[in-house]
Structures are given as structure tokens and as C-alpha cells.
Design a protein around this ligand. Sequence first.
Ligand code: IPM
Ligand code: MN
Length: 354
Amino acid sequence: MKLKLAVLPGDGIGPEIVEQAMKSVKAIAAKFNHELEYEYALTGATAIDQVGEPYPDQTHELCMQSDAVLFGAIGDPKFDNNPKATVRPEQGLLLMRKKLGLYANIRPVETFESLLHKSPLRRELVEGADFVAIRELTGGIYFGEKGRKDDGNTAFDTCTYTRAEVERILKLGYEFALKRNKKLTVVDKANVLESSRLWREVAQGMAPNYPDVTTEYMFVDNAAMQIIQWPKNFDVMVTENMFGDILTDEASVITGSLGLLPSASIGIHTSVFEPIHGSYPQAAGKDIANPIATILSAAMMFEYAFNLMEEGKLIRDAVAASMAAGVVTVDIAEGKSYKTSEVGDWIADWIANA
Ligand code: IPM
Ligand code: MN
């Protein structure tokens, strides 16, 4: 099969971790005889520094022509500390999501046996937790009308959703639930927000079409609590953009390491695969960052973008083998630790020799 990829390393540790994931992608392509075609492009602070904007047209064109995008991370402290900066790396990410129509962000929350002791939760609460958070990614307050009035002394951001947007994401939620443990938790704030009442209305209309799925409704504040109290009660969670942003960060830490979790952003034009963590600028260039989240994002890419399940599984098996063998970076190592590049090489070699 022909695999046409756009590779967007971005900022901070982005280039190093994406390089490790590409080693596994190449090993898979060689093993399964796929024709791999890929091209690198600029994004984030790196793109601002080089061409003045965080998601250049050239990058967008490349993404549009690709079957999938492998993305590293964006962000640079020099922008975070300057509230008056008008061009920011994050705008590139938001523009990319909007222009590629990436309406669903899928974040699986899985635990790894060897890391349970690093979870902030007690072992019995988190052991076996396994759910998928689906976050709406191109609507809501992130993209609503915003501005200032009263000479800049009043600021507003608006949360807007259309019925069609809500239906589209809920449908995806139901499809996931059908393939998993048949429970869908719709997270909203319908006791206060009109947009949430639309979500609930749409969900209540759709639920009878999925008689095999149990639909559960939960207010977002309660969901924030349930994630740490009873994480095993969730199967598929679906929610709007900002609630999803906050809840998925919360959910990711209960597994014991943010450095291990991948994500997929499913789109109209193409899909993007990236680790959940950020650009970790303090570690940039040091060859110490954990590449596993990005390598697992590549596994999701084979599965979601190309429906190549065996290829995805082989990457997952290789990652599991590296962890079992203790070939891991310093953030999760118990004794001896390995460099980012050594972990990447080990995993790619394991795939080649499997
Ligand atoms: C994420 C990030 C982004 C978001 C930022 C960088 C704009 O936190 O992907 O979750 O808020 O969506
Ligand atoms: Mn976030």
C-alpha cells in the first residue's frame, strides 16, 4: 500500500521524538512492503521564526495532499511569557485543526502495569482503567466569536455549537462505544449552558438508535471528580472542545506518565497523529525525552488512517517489549535509563527482527 505522510516535528523535543517514531514507521513499511512517501514541513514557533507564521500555506498544502500527518509538539516559552505577542505557535495548531476539519480528537487512556506505582492514584483504583476520551475539536469556545469592548475593559469568548457538529461527534462516540464496552458518557454542563442543552437534546434523540449502547449523561464538574474516583467506570467519553481539553489532561496523568499517551485527530481532509504531551522545551536537544507517546501515535496512524491493524499492533508490541526489557528513558526508568535515540533504535530494531 502507498502511504503518503506529512511530517511536522514542530518545536522543543518535537524533532527528536518524531525522528524516533519515523524509525518505527520505516521499519514497518519495510517489513510489510508498503511504499512510504513522506515530506517534512514547518509548524509552530519554528515556523514563526523561519517564515513568520505558525501554520504556513505550504505546510497546509502538504497536509491536504497527505493521507496522514505525524505531528510532534509546538510551543515555546518565549511566547507564553508575552501576553502581547500577536503571532503564537498555538494559533498554528488551531488553524491546522480548523483548515483540515479535524473535528474529533481521540485520546485513549490506558494503563501500563509497570508504571502503576507512578500513578497519583492508588493502584486498586487505576489498575485496569481503559477508556477513550473523544473531544470535539473544531467548535465551541475555542472558535466562537471573541473580542473586547468598553475600551478593552470587557472581554468575551462565545461557545457556539450547531446541531450538525454535535451529531457528527456523538455518532463517532457511538461507533467507538459499539466496538468497545458499549457505554457512552456524554459530558456537558446542561444545568447551566445552552450549548450543553443542545448537546444533551441531540444525544437524547440519537440514543434510541443505539439500543446496544448505554448512554450516560454527566456534568463536567462531576466527570472531573469521577475520573479520579472511579476511572474504571468509563468506556467512551464524549465532550465539547474546552471540557475535553481539561478532562483529557486530567485523565492522562492517572496512568502514571504523560510521556506515553498518543492521540489521533480525525478529520474531513486528513488525520493528524500526535503525542498528548507538549514541547517540553527544557529537554530539547538533550536526547532524554520519552519518545513512546509519539511512537504509539504512529501505531494509531496505521490503525486509523490506513486501517492497517497488524502494523499498528506490531508497533504496540515493540513498545511493550521495550518497557518489559527496561529500555526506557529517564522519566520512567527504575535503574539504568536510555537515551531517546536508543529507545527509538531499540523499538525499530525489534520491529525489523519480529
Ligand atoms: C491540546 C493543547 C492545545 C489545546 C493548545 C496548545 C492550544 O492544550 O492539544 O490539548 O488547548 O487544544
Ligand atoms: Mn490541552
